[in-house]
Design a protein around this ligand. Structure first.
Ligand SMILES: Nc1ncnc2c1ncn2[C@@H]1O[C@H](COP(=O)(O)OP(=O)(O)O)[C@@H](O)[C@H]1O
Length: 288
């Protein structure tokens, strides 16, 4: 199939036939006619994103620590589409000790962005293996992160909806510093106990810690890029490189802005409501 590689090369060379070929290839990933998309989106959603011909193709945007992974993963289970997080693909590559891992470690641990070429290479491999397993549709998390990535994606497939998660910057830092992962089961947790008073018109926010079960407790690890210095750098890079991606989708009428009101118990039902999905059977996601 035509992959992002080809598209990247053709984009550099400005060759439109390759772009068309790549578009076909990418679309094939979501070509299964599955009428799985539920009742439709919020009236506030700018575009008719109700899909009856294929599974959803959504993007999650938002600063580091905002909870893209948490909500994208829940929604992917809810909608039956894969959750594809480019940060996870990068970390898998890092852990594999393959030829790229040393180079990637240096970039990621400084809070910088990996090159578009590397990221597109990793993403296209992930999409191909998913296609081989019969996957269709996706929720992308962490991609696109530059306008160039957004343009490339736009050239190869149609994105139905972009969910832009938002949270105060001081809370983002605390959340990143509180992130923990179980080195055995891979579960994601957060030890931060956020309780910020309302001030200067900003609403207060409470987020309870998401603590691991007893058997994970002794196996908690912290991401090397979740130090205060690196998180501040990542936030700066988000503002410089990824903020314009929000605008890219805003002008195309695809963005749903979502201010997180609190932790998962408060935010998840409100997100479903904003997406007009609250009537769906979400019992399995009932939160404690
Ligand atoms: N689309 C992308 N483009 C460039 N680099 C990326 C991309 N996605 C992930 N990365 C790299 O992987 C790191 C971790 O990504 P991620 O887990 O999404 O972080 P965050 O929690 O900051 O959203 C990023 O800081 C960056 O170095």
């Amino acid at each position: 199939m035509a992959t992002f590689h080809r598209l990247l090369r053709s984009a550099a060379a400005g060759s439109s036939p390759a772009t068309v070929a790549a578009r076909r290839g990418f679309s094939a990933l979501a070509a299964e006619p599955v009428a799985r998309f539920p009742a439709g989106l919020a009236p506030s959603s700018p575009d008719p994103v109700r899909r009856e011909d294929r599974n959803v193709q959504w993007v999650f945007l938002g600063c580091p620590g905002v909870g893209k992974g948490t909500y994208a993963s829940r929604l992917s289970q809810f909608l039956g589409v894969p959750h594809i997080a480019t940060g996870d693909l990068v970390r898998e590559e890092l852990a594999s000790s393959g030829p790229l891992s040393q180079q990637l470690a240096e970039i990621v641990n400084q809070g910088k962005l990996v090159s578009d070429e590397i990221i597109i290479n990793l993403l296209s491999k992930r999409l191909e293996s998913g296609e081989a397993k019969g996957e269709s549709g996706f929720i992308l998390d962490g991609f696109p992160r530059t306008v160039r990535q957004a343009e490339i994606l736009d050239g190869v497939t149609d994105i139905d909806l972009v969910v832009n998660l938002k949270l105060r910057e001081d809370v983002l830092l605390e959340k990143c510093l509180g992130r923990r992962m179980c080195s055995q089961c891979g579960g994601n947790f957060n030890v931060a106990n956020i309780n910020v008073e309302a001030e200067n018109g900003k609403p207060g926010i409470f987020m309870a810690p998401l603590l691991p079960p007893a058997n994970c407790m002794s196996k908690m690890i912290t991401r090397a890029d979740d130090t205060e210095e690196v998180v501040m750098k990542r936030l700066q890079i988000y503002n410089e490189m990824s903020r314009p991606v929000e605008e890219f989708y805003r002008v195309r009428g695809k963005i749903l802005e979502f201010d997180l009101p609190g932790g998962i118990p408060e935010s998840w039902p409100k997100l479903l409501q904003a997406l007009n999905l609250e009537d769906q059977d979400n019992k399995k996601f009932a939160v404690a």
